[in-house]
Design a protein around this ligand. Structure first.
Ligand SMILES: O=c1ccn([C@@H]2O[C@H](COP(=O)(O)OP(=O)(O)O[C@H]3O[C@H](CO)[C@@H](O)[C@H](O)[C@H]3O)[C@@H](O)[C@H]2O)c(=O)[nH]1
Length: 496
């Protein structure tokens, strides 16, 4: 008599920075909703942080979805050091393989838990791909950034070989690179923020990104949190070189689709955060005019100097719009000029770490001043909110380039931020909104100023979201792969 087949069991291992937590959890939850047993692995440090912000209950998991933790290999001295991010990358890549092996062995001996069949690491966790190969397991790597950023990263070695970097001075970052397949002509400095490191061309970050990108080819499949209609050209160029590249995004949209259609998905206990999420801004937002609020949030890594804080503060103040500004580090406002808060009293709401998707989807929000982390970029596009872009490192320059020049849903700030430019840029979407009758008034002369910025309206942008959802239901395309091929392959053990 045939024994019933055990459920496939995916171990999702995410890089321990906050930007990864949402897409990795969304993917894990989608796998779970497709009947895959999921173990979601945090580092012990982040596991404790999530417990502290969300409560132990949030990590309890449920039948078929468990949370586990492995050490990140970082000593407390290293954790407190200035270059914490680099030490973390080094420690994770060199010291986490053994704990992961032990975890998989323990899971395989746990009663009621099906044997592990697949390892799903996020980018920068390629040690997990080696562990999978060693144990004879399938593997898929989640690239949490855009296809454009992946193509740029894939070309780092070639750029080095062709002598484009190390750059001698910053003007060379303006060099236009027009030979990367599928990509529009792009400034060297927009291909990856790491190329901007003129002081240390051999920096660990750049080398690590280079090697981790080429290690992606060790995975049975590389899955991207994007969708074909957003990045058609670069995706087809990528697939010509790497046939195992698949699009599964926007993961947030797909999950929302499940929330609508699947009662089992409505319990959202896999939505976790490393910071306590502020939702107290909601009544304040409710009281604002439609599309009148400028939302400012530079994600989980950016640390602004006091001078940059002052330029943003006075630039926002002069624009005259109400604004919601996330100032991290436990609400440390020491960087803000002392007379600033009294100047903007009543139309400024400060927060620390907020429920960003909720903010972006609120009718009062008309513009997003962002660092262009990929998740923020996708969330803004899906919510139909135009962006004012101020990228700071890594893939954020590529995302900003696409947002401003390819999709034309954003306007870029200079690297050296100036208050006048902040005022001007955040005003564009506001004026544009009024032009379309969404705000109180429109002065005809302003239309000319809008000419250079073709911002789509919220309804048009919302189509992107709906289109992605449509694909999930019926149409051939990226989400079809997620829903059908991906899961069937995992279930049948045919990822190769
Ligand atoms: O107050 C906040 C701020 C952010 N978020 C969420 O946190 C995530 C932030 O992700 P992202 O916009 O990608 O920014 P980072 O955290 O800075 O992301 C890192 O990881 C990304 C890929 O996952 C890269 O694209 C970025 O360059 C890198 O900085 C998003 O889902 C936001 O909704 C909140 O919920 N509340």
């Amino acid at each position: 008599m045939d024994m019933p087949r055990a459920k496939p069991h995916a171990v999702v291992v995410r890089y321990p920075c906050s930007g990864n937590i949402n897409p990795a959890l969304q993917l894990a939850k989608l796998l779970y909703l497709q009947g895959v047993y999921v173990t979601f692995v945090n580092t012990e440090h982040n596991h404790r942080r999530v417990e502290a912000t969300e409560g132990a209950e949030a990590l309890r998991g449920r039948d078929g979805f468990r949370f586990e933790a492995i050490p990140d290999g970082l000593s407390e001295v290293e954790r407190g050091a200035h270059n914490y991010g680099l030490s973390l990358s080094m420690a994770v890549s060199q010291r986490c393989a053994a704990p992961l092996r032990e975890l998989i062995a323990r899971l395989n001996c746990t009663a009621g838990v099906p044997p592990v069949t697949c390892v799903v690491p996020t980018f920068m966790m390629s040690f997990a791909l080696d562990v999978a190969r060693e144990l004879g397991l399938q593997s898929m790597a989640l690239w949490g950034c855009s296809a454009g950023a992946l193509m740029g990263h894939m070309k780092l070695r070639e750029l080095r070989d062709k002598g484009y970097f190390p750059v001698k001075d910053e003007t060379e970052l303006e060099t236009i690179i027009d030979w990367i397949p599928g990509m529009p002509p792009i400034k060297l400095g927009d291909i990856s923020g790491f190329l901007r490191r003129t002081d240390d061309p051999d920096c660990f970050g750049l080398r690590f990104n280079e090697s981790e990108t080429s290690n992606l080819t060790k995975a049975g499949a590389v899955i991207l949190n994007t969708f074909d209609d957003l990045e058609a050209d670069v995706l087809s160029a990528l697939r010509a070189e790497y046939p195992h590249v698949y699009t599964v995004g926007p993961l947030g949209s797909l999950l929302r689709h499940h929330h609508v259609n699947d009662d089992a998905a409505t319990d959202d206990s896999t939505d976790l955060s490393l910071w306590k999420k502020d939702t107290e801004f909601v009544p304040w937002l409710d009281a604002q005019e439609p599309r009148s609020v400028v939302y400012v949030n530079f994600g989980s890594h950016a640390v602004l100097s006091p001078e940059q804080m002052a330029e943003f503060a006075w630039g926002l103040a002069a624009a005259g719009y109400p604004f919601l500004w996330a100032v991290r580090e436990g609400g440390d406002l020491t960087g803000l000029p002392s007379d600033f808060l009294s100047e903007v009293s009543g139309r400024c709401r400060l927060t620390t770490w907020c429920a960003q998707e909720q903010v972006l989807r609120h009718r009062a929000v008309g513009c997003f001043v962002t660092h262009n982390g990929w998740n923020s970029t996708c969330e803004s596009i899906a919510a139909g909110v135009p962006m004012v872009c101020w990228p700071g490192f890594a893939d954020q320059y590529t995302n900003s380039k696409y947002a401003c020049e390819v999709w034309r849903v954003g306007a870029r700030l200079d690297d050296e931020v100036r208050r006048e430019q902040v005022t001007h840029r955040v005003s564009i979407p506001g004026r544009w909104a009024r032009a379309f009758g969404l705000g109180p008034s429109f002065a005809g002369s302003e239309r000319a100023q809008l000419g250079s910025l073709k911002v789509l309206d919220r309804a048009e942008l919302g189509k992107l979201d709906r289109y992605a959802l449509g694909l999930a239901r019926a149409r051939p395309g990226p989400a079809r792969w997620l829903v059908k091929v991906f899961f069937l392959r995992i279930k049948r053990g045919r990822i190769d």
